[in-house]
Design a protein around this ligand. Structure first.
Ligand code: NAD
Ligand code: UDP
Length: 327
């Protein structure tokens, strides 16, 4: 059955892949985005589809639409972007969530929240399972995002308890792939772009901190399965790849796969940078029958191909993010 689906943040990295996936499943998709970090080029290939619609809108303001499902992805995700205008980040996480929850309530629509592994902060439990309550610094530079996303989870569960709203909450771990923003400062985009340009590769700290990297196709499969999961199952649920790598292991892979001559340079570790991160995905395996299938090397090859073509086309243009967002 063709459903009407709203994707907020639909012109971003994950949102654009999600819009594409939902259109392939023959749903009608409305993409809402204020183009803060999203790009038209991420969705331009979908524009000819008569079942695809784009609305330039900031979710901090109410929106009136008729849809069956809402995926709430709008929020800058890379530390550089979410710390650029931290007040706006908190507003988007909290007021944006309230606006989307109110819309879902009015329509009696199902709503999925793109939460994050950052709700675990710098974790003292490893790997992180959903019961872990986290270790977040509420006044540090990452707090606008971490606490904003934690508050959004609170709101989702309060709308469930108070209004019996049909909610789904997904905690996304580091995800990578084509359409990442070339200048968003995330480790995979930084390393690949630096390696392809022959620039020095920036390691923060000693590079012994770990992350677990999920390829975008695996992630999208997980969140769509979560949206379609059994009635009453709310999560929160971790979606990520449990393969854990140090940043130094990652850089070696990128150098090998790009055949780069770049040198490594070391820069200070950013404040509150989590030392390790790895999802426990037992719940996703049990509830959704989901586990990631794409190995880091294979995902990196696809991502390198994307960035190579982007750099060759000159479209990366070292563009910075849009600074004209409303506050
Ligand atoms: P992204 O920055 O590429 O996409 C975010 C999109 O939201 C952009 O298109 C941006 O323009 C839009 N946006 C931001 N604020 C908005 C607002 N107020 N109103 C309307 N649109 C707005 O980031 P992404 O990696 O695609 O992340 C998507 C979602 O997934 C985010 O909510 C993020 O917190 C979550 N997430 C991502 C990762 C990851 O590794 N990519 C990890 C954890 C959580
Ligand atoms: N990192 C790095 N060099 C870079 C960018 C990031 O060493 O050029 C490190 C960063 O300090 C962190 C890890 O890579 O420990 C992942 O950073 P990213 O910004 O991708 O995501 P997050 O910290 O939100 O997991």
């Amino acid at each position: 059955m063709r459903k009407q689906v709203l994707v907020t943040g639909g012109a971003g990295f994950l949102g654009s892949h999600l819009c594409e996936r939902l259109l392939n499943e023959e749903h009608e998709v409305i993409c809402v985005d204020n183009f803060f970090t999203g790009k038209k080029r991420n969705i331009v290939h979908l524009m000819d589809n008569p079942y695809f619609e784009v609305i330039r809108h900031d979710i901090n303001f109410p929106l009136s639409l008729e849809v069956d499902e809402i995926y709430n992805l709008a929020c800058p995700a890379s530390p550089v972007h979410y710390q650029f205008d931290p007040v706006q980040t908190t507003k988007t996480s909290v007021m944006g969530a309230i606006n989307m929850l109110d819309l879902a309530k009015r329509l009696d629509a199902k709503i999925l929240q793109a939460s994050t592994s950052e709700v675990y902060g710098d974790p003292q439990v490893h790997p992180q399972s959903e019961e872990y309550r986290g270790n977040v610094n509420s006044i540090g530079p990452r707090a606008c995002y971490d606490e904003g996303k934690r508050c959004a989870e609170t709101l989702f569960f309060d709308y469930k308890r108070q209004y019996d709203l049909n909610i789904k909450v997904v905690r996304i771990f580091n995800t990578y792939g084509p359409r990442m923003h070339p200048n968003d400062g995330r480790v995979i985009s930084n390393f690949i772009v630096q390696a392809l340009k022959g620039e020095d590769i920036t390691i923060y700290g000693k590079g012994t901190q770990t992350r677990s990297f999920c390829y975008v196709d695996d992630l999208i499969e997980g969140i769509v399965l979560m949206m379609n999961s059994r009635e009453g199952f709310t999560g929160p649920i971790n979606i990520g790849n449990p393969g854990e790598f140090t940043i130094l292991e990652l850089v070696q892979k990128v150098i090998e796969l790009t055949d780069s001559n770049s040198k490594l340079i070391y820069k200070p570790l950013p404040e509150d940078d989590p030392l390790k991160r790895n999802p426990n995905i037992n719940l996703a395996m049990k509830e959704l029958g989901w586990h990631p299938t794409i190995k880091l090397d294979d995902g990196l090859k696809k991502t390198i191909k994307y960035f190579r073509e982007l750099l060759e086309s000159g479209l990366d243009a070292r563009q910075s993010i849009c600074t004209t967002v409303s506050t």
